[in-house]
Design a protein around this ligand. Structure first.
Ligand code: NAD
Length: 376
């Protein structure tokens, strides 16, 4: 098997290094022959080759079992035209691989509940599933026409059906509940979406389906996030809802994601692109203080979906949790609160755990140490 690694820019290479270290350890332990290939994307590729991603790299991506990506972008490239910026590399690779489903788990580690802006963050554990290839972002016609501008919101039946199936399949493996987000009281496209999702639901009698308007959804996510399991969103609403959902767990450094282009939950392997939700964080790049958890959790998803290594996927999560229980934290996980709160944290919410602020690399090393103990 082959994994294409695209570290990208800013903190991308720093967090990806830790993810590769963890994967490498697991593959050696399991005596698995998995090849890593490293390539450039984003600003790094622009600097060397003049383009955000080369066709050759797109070909390599197509021929890989999984792609692990760090992040792209930074002020150095901000003045370039949109189609030559680092972010264009991301769009190109998603398109080339035909990725239409973006999965973003929103889960809070109990050890980190203090970092959530919500008073009660215990038990938050849901998944935002966003359709990636259609909606107002891709509908034609679009443009600015003299005195008016136009974008077209569109969904085709097959696009709604495949993402709805995906949502129900994911729900079957979780708490068996799907919340479909739309604006069916105002938009025809949303009524259509609602109708198709309801039709697909007939095939999944064990899964509970509810429809929620997007405006109400933004409210419920803050008020009662514990109630959700799988949140199914069209592209535009998913873009907004998934960022809001990321906000309630307190740090971008904790949010992983997977983008997939096929539906195969029968235990087989599917190709996917795995990346942390955060960007290249130029403000902290090069300081070795970036939080690698989002990328490590993305590799856990990579193991589960693309390599069929379910046990190893959950081992990665357990190892991260162990490291947090031992008191290891990157900078972003201790500085959110006032000094008073910080002292409270230093005493430790769980027994007498002493908080140790560590570098990106030290956190990754601690995860490998924990895995060594877990794998006998
Ligand atoms: P960002 O996610 O890079 O950073 C926002 C804030 O979160 C910063 O203060 C940063 O220090 C912090 N942060 C992010 N990840 C962190 C981590 N792992 N550990 C600790 N702190 C972390 O968003 P931004 O500043 O708006 O964007 C910076 C660049 O990244 C831009 O060029 C943007 O276009 C790009 N970007 C890329 C992606 C991607 O590659 N998928 C996503 C979003 C933004």
């Amino acid at each position: 098997m082959k994994i294409l690694v695209l570290p990208g820019d800013g903190i991308g290479p720093e967090v990806v290094d830790e993810a590769v270290k963890v994967l490498d350890f697991l593959f050696q332990k399991r005596r698995m022959k998995i090849e890593f290939e490293f390539e450039l994307i984003g600003g790094a590729s622009i600097d060397k080759y003049g383009v955000p991603i080369r066709d050759e790299v797109l070909e390599k991506a197509k021929n890989s079992d999984a792609i692990l990506l760090g992040a792209v972008g930074g002020p150095k490239w901000d003045s370039l035209p949109i189609d030559r910026r680092p972010e264009a590399g991301l769009l190109k690779i998603r398109k080339a691989l035909g990725l239409w489903a973006n999965i973003r788990p929103i889960k809070i580690f109990p050890e980190l509940s203090y970092i959530s802006p919500l008073k009660n963050s215990d038990g938050i554990d849901f998944v935002v599933l966003r359709e990636l290839t259609s909606d107002v972002y891709f509908g034609q016609p679009r443009g600015v026409f003299g005195d008016h501008a136009l974008n077209t919101m569109i969904y085709r039946k097959e696009e709604v059906e495949r993402i709805a199936h995906f949502a129900f399949e994911v729900a079957l493996k979780r708490k068996k509940s799907v919340t479909s987000v739309d604006k069916a009281n105002v938009l025809e496209v949303s009524s259509f979406w609602r109708k198709i999702v309801s039709e697909v639901a007939q095939k999944y009698p064990d899964v509970k389906l509810e429809h929620v308007y997007v405006d109400a959804m933004t409210y419920y996510i803050i008020l009662n996030p514990q109630k959700f399991d799988v949140v199914l969103c069209p592209n535009l609403f998913g873009d907004i809802i998934s960022d809001e959902a990321g906000g309630i767990i307190g740090s971008l450094g904790l949010c992983p994601s997977a983008s997939l282009g096929s539906l195969n939950f029968g235990g087989g392997r599917i190709q996917g692109l795995y990346e942390p939700v955060h960007g290249s964080a130029p403000d902290i790049a090069g300081k070795s203080i970036a939080n690698p958890i989002a990328t490590l959790l993305s590799t856990s998803m990579l193991c589960e979906y693309s390599l069929g290594m379910k046990e190893e996927a959950s081992l990665i999560e357990t190892a991260i949790r162990d490291v947090l229980s031992e008191g290891f934290r990157t900078q972003d996980l201790v500085e959110k609160k006032s000094q008073g709160e910080k002292n409270k944290l230093q005493k430790g919410k769980r027994g007498k755990t002493k908080i140790k602020v560590v570098s990106t690399k030290e956190f990754g090393d601690a995860v490998v140490r924990s895995l060594k103990k877990l794998i006998i």
